[in-house]
Write a protein that binds this ligand. Structure first.
Ligand SMILES: C[S@@+](CC[C@H](N)C(=O)[O-])C[C@H]1O[C@@H](n2cnc3c(N)ncnc32)[C@H](O)[C@@H]1O
Length: 231
């Protein structure tokens, strides 16, 4: 499964992110209980209404909140930067009978998988905390087959100018304490990474939480004939 990614992620930033999540892993579910109960548990099934079947990559599996949703018959490889978060996910693994599951400690910014080796990918509330979200998204695009889909639940910077500026102002503090960026334009980053955004659906009245469906474009006929047209 080794195909080196290029260029590599910033090791200092990845280490910081990993340590933060290692630290909060024991209390992560407790800290999220309120949001999970009132919001996330209503939104997670929306991802799996349209999730890709077959061999699926889950990026940033965390403590395994999504594991019960993967449908029977799918083959799931779930990665996370934090070993401690993965340990919690391994405990939650019981609910996934019917689908095969492999948990792997890995950085989303440097995926050790072959190009096009997954039918699709899912990630929920992950790219807000990946140090270089565009690099993580480019890597996800690389390992999905052409035509394969990626489903995301994310929170993004508010389009409301006042709230947006408040989020910019608070962001450094939130990153330092929780490792989460609250002012990213993830939909734009998904496009810049090379995906075609099929749907960007606001989930709350403020439009901060989004369900994003994106597709890895099929190669054009010209690229098919000559993968390196500048030669
Ligand atoms: C906010 S948690 C979300 C966990 C889970 N997806 C959920 O919905 O509850 C973010 C997760 O992303 C992981 N993460 C952050 N940066 C990562 C990276 N570069 N590569 C892989 N996982 C990463 C963290 O370790 C953490 O488990």
């Amino acid at each position: 499964m080794n195909e080196p990614a290029q260029p590599g992620p910033d090791p200092g930033e990845s280490r910081k992110a990993r340590r933060r999540y290692d630290r909060i892993a024991p209390v992560y579910d407790l800290l999220n209980r309120f949001a999970e109960w009132f919001r996330y548990r209503r939104w997670r099934p929306l991802v799996w209404e349209r999730a890709p079947g077959g061999r699926v990559l889950e990026v940033g599996v965390g403590t395994g909140a999504n594991l019960p949703y993967h449908p029977d018959g799918s083959s799931v490889v779930a990665i996370d930067l934090s070993g401690r978060m993965l340990e919690r996910a391994a405990e939650a693994d019981l609910s996934t009978d019917g689908c095969s599951l492999e948990l792997v400690q890995m950085d989303a910014q440097a995926l050790g998988f072959w190009e096009g080796s997954f039918d699709g990918a899912v990630a929920t509330f992950v790219f807000c905390s990946v140090p270089d979200e565009e690099q993580g998204l480019e890597e996800t695009l690389r390992v999905i087959r052409p035509g394969g889909r990626m489903l995301l639940l994310e929170h993004v910077r508010s389009e409301n100018p006042v709230l947006g500026r408040l989020m910019d102002w608070l962001n450094p503090l939130v990153v330092r304490t929780m490792g989460v960026n609250i002012n990213r334009d993830t939909v734009d980053a998904v496009r810049r990474a090379g995906f075609h955004v099929r749907e960007d659906r606001p989930l709350d009245p403020g439009g901060i939480f989004r369900l994003i469906e994106a597709v890895r474009p099929e190669p054009t006929e010209r690229e098919d004939r000559d993968p390196n047209p500048t030669r």
